[in-house]
Design a binder for this molecule. Sequence first.
Ligand code: ARG
Length: 271
Amino acid sequence: MDATSQRFLMCRPTYFAVDYAINPWMDPTAPVDAGLAVRQWERLRQVYRELGHTVEEIVPVPGLPDMVFAANGGTVIDGKAMSVQFRDPQRADEAPAYRAWFAAAGFELHDPKHVNEGEGDVLLAGEVLLAGTGFRTAHASHAQLQEVFGYPVITLQLVDPRFYHLDTALTVLDERTVAYLPEAFSPGSRAALRRLFPDAVHATAADAEVLGLNAVSDGRHVVLPEQATGLAAQLRDRGYETIGVDLSELRKAGGGPKCCTLRLRQGKASK
Ligand code: ARG
């Protein structure tokens, strides 16, 4: 299996905290070690660099504790960046910060017409865009995604509030394969996933509950929470190399490695 070198956008969790609750993982009364969060995030960045990936950084904004979750900053494919519109007012001001970054970096900008939480809910799998809905990204935004990017969009209905973003329930391993937690999806979406990906890896609830599916693959190496030991073994059986990282502090906000990582995809030529 071939690894492709990636370009990622990340945001240092300088102002990370859990002081509101917009998903079931978040408990504002539980202590968070912000210094440890930064060290764990730095380790993730180091892992990417050691794999030969390029990491760009956006400057964190005070008062936006969830801004570390760069996957929610946009969707970037073939040099086009679609910015985001958050469901929750607590995260609204992240959208213009990421939008300004995309503009400065020279991406062709598109603004969302409906709630759309970026790569948290929008994952490119080969030639199709998998788009989640049910908790955050509005179903209506899926049509806009297809118009902007020109990839067929497959709507996937999420049904478990713990797996509120698509990237907590499904990970793209390479152009042909995904791993997912079947019970996080509606029966119809589950059937659609079976048709599209008959060879998919089915994760267990235990691995999904440590956000094991919030993983980042370059086609060969899969970076995932180190607590997801069962999923790591399944992936190694399939020939992937797994790299476990500990993001225990960020998990208190409901995020893992993928949430911290936005893929910046250029046009086909320089992909
Ligand atoms: N606290 C954040 C929220 O609920 C976590 C976002 C995680 N990001 C992701 N791509 N799943 O919005």
